[in-house]
Design a protein around this ligand. Sequence first.
Ligand code: AN7
Length: 352
Amino acid sequence: MIWRGIIERYKDYLPVSPKTPVVTLNEGNTPLIFSETLSQRLDVLVYLKYEGLNPTGSFKDRGMTMAISKAREEGAKAVICASTGNTSASAAAYAAKAGLKCVVLIPNGAIALGKLGQALIHNAQVLALDGNFDEALSMVKQISSQYPVKLVNSLNPYRIEGQKTGAFEICDQLGKKAPEFHAIPVGNAGNITAYWKGYKEYFGKKEVASKPVMLGFQAEGAAPIVNKKIVPEPKTIATAINIGNPASWKAAEAARDESGGVIDSVTDGEILSAYELLAKKDGVFVEPASAASVAGILKLSGQDYFKNKKGATIVCVLTGHGLKDPDRALQTVREPQRVPAKLEAIWEAIKL
Ligand code: AN7
């Protein structure tokens, strides 16, 4: 079967009709990769859902194909979002394909280089706000309620609808089985909300016989749900999830509580260790926010959370590609060693 994106594949589960003008970049169908390293360490079966391989390099494309298709169906001329980076990159690309004007409001100086480059090259109007993401989101909510410009943040219900297809895909890839545990980074909390909705729907339609326990992870410096308090000035190296007042706060708590799961925090140090581990042992390059899911299960494992769960399956969602944030990669490694153009010198440097 030729892959034509998530709307075509899962249209029976989505609010679309034959009249919907589908705007797609053939998103979805991302690999579910078995991690030998993590499976050995945790004594469970760990799979990585590598969402960084979507067309713009993050999971946002699943929601954006829906939001932009519906914006076109409704006759919108322009779309707007606030973003820590990935939403803006995705909105810019899909709006470009749809021929819609795209405006993005980003916290000035606080989004990763690759994401800024994407929004700009896809010709979005990029406004850099003197303020953080939470302030930017509050601004675009007000603007889209007063002016004829469609909001494509995850407050737009079509975003959640599109993103829930990640859960369907995981179950399909596991052979019509839900994993026992689903680990995911939490920022604005749309994605954990979407996955839980997807798992519940597949279960409701008897596609799978069970639902996973949901494990969400925030960065310690941006952990409002964990600490039950808005964080006015969130701070983490995982810029994608540097959010102090998540839009889907309540829905994330519902996903946690209905599934019997947890939402916990991980430190920047734990995030960076997981980031390096994935790159060095699994050959999978992600952006720091994505590594929060792996940092989280390593933390829980250290507390014996997965004791007696041998044979259980954990899926970690790796939300964004490592190339999004090249600065962080280069700050994490040693510089290349310079060598003269001489065979002996090169062999000497290799030191097998
Ligand atoms: C790589 O782009 O919020 O909990 O504005 O880019 O659904 O917000 C990005 C979020 C995790 C958190 N991993 O997902 C934005 C934005 C990556 C992300 C999240 C984001 P949500």
